[in-house]
Design a protein around this ligand. Structure first.
Ligand SMILES: [Zn+2]
Length: 313
């Protein structure tokens, strides 16, 4: 009896230490249904979507996809084949969020026009999610532009609150789109070895980014908060999400939902720093708490030169 009791205590201790060391990351995918760089072949887009979902299933990633509904239209008409790509997401249990209808830049869009674009961006996904028993809850700012001054920042947050949206901050901001476009260029050039080189470099870059933001999280909060990764629904990510997921696992991470990430109290940090730039919320929170912008940004990871070169072709 006594031994059983000790065993229980030992077990409870093991579980609690394991929890305190748990590293968690939420995977968010932007610009759904797909980022194609002009490849309008629907089969290509279906395969891209299926590849992403296969990896979510394989690694038990409760991913969320942020949608631009303007991309569901072809020649002014709703294209059911593109809507089907979103149905794949919800049918397989993956949540969608609102990323506005047409991806406007809040910096140069009047508030009322921007807010209309948000409402226009829920016309398809809201009923779709209702149908699959899900609730549309989250909003992601295009370009991560959240309001360049307190008036715009507050006005947007008030609008989102009134419309039952929660903002989905990003902690691991990165330039995956540069790698994705470079990868696309190499694909168009049918240069398989270059594609492979870019893919391998991409995973290494993302690992360095992870370590950079882990460090910044420690600087700002004294701990490693639940991270929110932003990547795009690109061909590169469809082909490399497996390796990315394995990299996060190797670094001790488990994958959590958008809801769980937002429950981390770091995400409730009051923001009093406003900028026209799109940047990690760890920077916004840290600067709001009195840390220096340049200290936080110091040592950020750059895209390698050869990737920039292929990107610019
Ligand atoms: Zn976007």
């Amino acid at each position: 009896m006594k031994n059983q009791f000790l065993l229980l205590i030992a077990l409870a201790f093991t579980i609690s230490t394991a929890n305190s060391q748990d590293k968690k990351i939420c995977v968010t995918i932007d610009d759904l249904p797909v980022v194609t760089y002009g490849i309008n072949n629907i089969k290509f887009q279906q395969e891209l979507t299926e590849n992403l979902i296969r990896t979510f299933d394989k690694f038990e990633i409760p991913a969320i996809g942020y949608v631009n509904e303007s991309k569901l239209y072809k020649d002014g008409h709703l294209d059911s084949a593109r809507v089907n790509l979103l149905i794949e997401w919800v049918k397989n249990g993956y949540e969608l969020g609102n990323h506005t209808y047409s991806h406007p830049d809040y910096n140069d869009t009047p508030d009322s026009q921007y807010f209309d674009d948000i409402l226009k961006g829920q016309q398809i996904i809201q009923p779709l999610m209702d149908k699959y028993g899900m609730e549309l809850r989250y909003f992601r700012h295009p370009f991560l532009h959240a309001g360049e001054n307190s008036e715009k920042f507050d006005a947007l947050n008030e609008f989102l609150n009134a419309n039952q949206y929660e903002v989905a901050p990003v902690t691991i901001d990165n330039d995956d789109y540069i790698f994705a476009k470079a990868y696309h260029n190499a694909y168009v050039e049918k240069d398989k070895s270059l594609m492979k080189k870019i893919g391998k470099e991409y995973v290494e870059y993302m690992e360095q980014k992870l370590h950079f933001f882990e460090q910044r999280s420690n600087d700002v909060f004294g701990r490693n908060i639940i991270h929110s990764l932003l990547i795009h629904a690109s061909f590169l990510n469809a082909e490399y999400l497996d390796e990315l997921a394995a990299m996060y696992k190797k670094n001790g991470y488990t994958f959590v939902s958008q809801e769980e990430a937002l429950r981390d109290e770091a995400y409730s940090t009051h923001i009093s720093f406003y900028t026209e730039y799109g940047l990690s919320w760890i920077f916004r929170w840290g600067i709001s708490m009195g840390l220096a912008n340049k200290d936080l940004r110091n040592g950020d990871i750059e895209v390698p030169g050869f990737v920039m070169e292929v990107f610019n072709r």
